[in-house]
Design a protein around this ligand. Structure first.
Ligand code: SF4
Length: 356
């Protein structure tokens, strides 16, 4: 189908429609209730690669425990990772912690105010720097994340470029974002753009009928989106080994965990259920099956109920193993998968403990 003919985007019109829509439709998210640059920083790092619904609870717990840069700087890495558990991409948490220590030591606990200075901190790239500087301090810096990129490409009728054209495309998108940015309300404008991409101009199913920018949009749903790279699948098995400590059975019990090696590239130092030698589990001993995705891999995870005396024979000889009291699980940096299994088994958060 032919694309809708439109002239150059009128920045004033885009700003007016977008900010009006945002005022009426923005989601009430905990980090939006504050202009504290530390809160904005934490939320932006958490939101990279992770869904808003998952981030909300984790964000609130994180800033409750570490309400300031200096509080975060004083924490141990294990404490920080424990609160990051379930968010994945743990390198982000380590970088955030390192940057907090740098700010506490060299800047009296005060984050820089400009995007240029913020970019010098570990783990803060152009996107996060622009978000903090514009939202907390009103600096005219356009934020371009994946959502904004998609909206702008569709507004202008640019196909989402991959391969060799990607660099040039990114430069054009950044330039356009800068032209459209509202210099009087850069923080609101940036958040409105991101919100539009996250809730209306969706990757597979854009809601053009309710889009505030539909009249200015050159594609209105007739767009080309790069196909996603295919997910790989893998099967793994984990041992769920738990025992009561007192007569109260598992309500007062402990579970066997092992620590991933410090030298491994994925989730070093995190704690997980022991990995089984065989991904297949005899039907009578299958405790649950879980699907879990990490980056481009979807794991089919079989969890086998294993008695303590059998773990050594059935599980791969992993890192350091230790029994962890159920009441202490929240303070241990668990992998997201282990956290998911323990919650489903009723051994942490919410559910009721059940026999293993
Ligand atoms: S009209 Fe449709 S394609 Fe264009 S920006 Fe809005 S939601 Fe996206």
């Amino acid at each position: 189908m032919p694309r809708h003919k439109r002239g150059a985007l009128n920045a004033e019109v885009v700003r007016g429609h977008l900010l009006g829509w945002y005022a009426a439709n923005q989601r009430d998210l905990p980090w939006r209730r504050s202009r504290d640059p530390y809160f904005i920083w934490v939320s932006e790092i958490m939101l990279q690669q992770t869904r808003v619904a998952v981030v909300i609870d984790r964000f609130e717990a994180f800033v409750r425990q570490f309400p300031s840069v200096t509080a975060l700087a004083r924490a141990t890495e294990q404490e920080v990772l424990a609160l990051w558990s379930g968010l994945g991409y743990y390198r982000r948490a380590r970088m955030l912690h390192q940057a907090a220590k740098f700010v506490a030591t060299h800047r009296h606990g005060r984050l820089p105010q400009t995007a240029e200075e913020l970019r010098e901190l570990p783990g803060i790239g152009p996107y996060t720097a622009a978000a903090i500087a514009s939202i907390a301090h009103g600096e005219s810096e356009a934020v371009v994340d994946g959502n904004v990129e998609r909206v702008l490409c569709r507004l202008e009728g640019w196909d989402e470029a991959g391969g060799k054209g990607a660099m040039e495309q990114r430069r054009k998108i950044q330039e356009l974002a800068g032209q459209l940015l509202d210099p009087d309300r850069p923080g609101d404008f940036n958040q409105a753009m991101m919100e539009l991409g996250a809730t209306v101009c969706l990757p597979r199913n854009p809601q053009c009928l309710v889009c505030p920018l539909a009249k200015a949009c050159k594609t209105r749903g007739e767009h080309k989106t790069l196909p996603r790279s295919p997910m790989q699948t893998k099967a793994v098995g984990h041992a769920l080994t738990a025992r009561p400590v007192s007569d109260d059975a598992l309500a007062d019990g402990e579970v066997l965990l092992e620590q991933r090696p410090a030298a491994t590239s994925v989730m070093p130092g995190m704690w997980q259920l022991p990995v089984l030698r065989e991904a297949e589990v005899p039907a009578g001993e299958l405790r649950m099956m879980v699907r879990h995705s990490i980056m481009q891999i979807t794991y089919t995870v079989r969890v086998r109920a294993v008695a303590a005396k059998d773990v050594a024979a059935l599980a791969v000889k992993g890192g350091k193993r230790r029994w962890v009291r159920l009441e202490d699980l929240e303070s241990i940096p668990l992998t997201g998968l282990t956290r998911k299994v323990l919650i489903r088994a009723g051994l942490m958060g919410g559910g009721s403990p059940t026999a293993v």
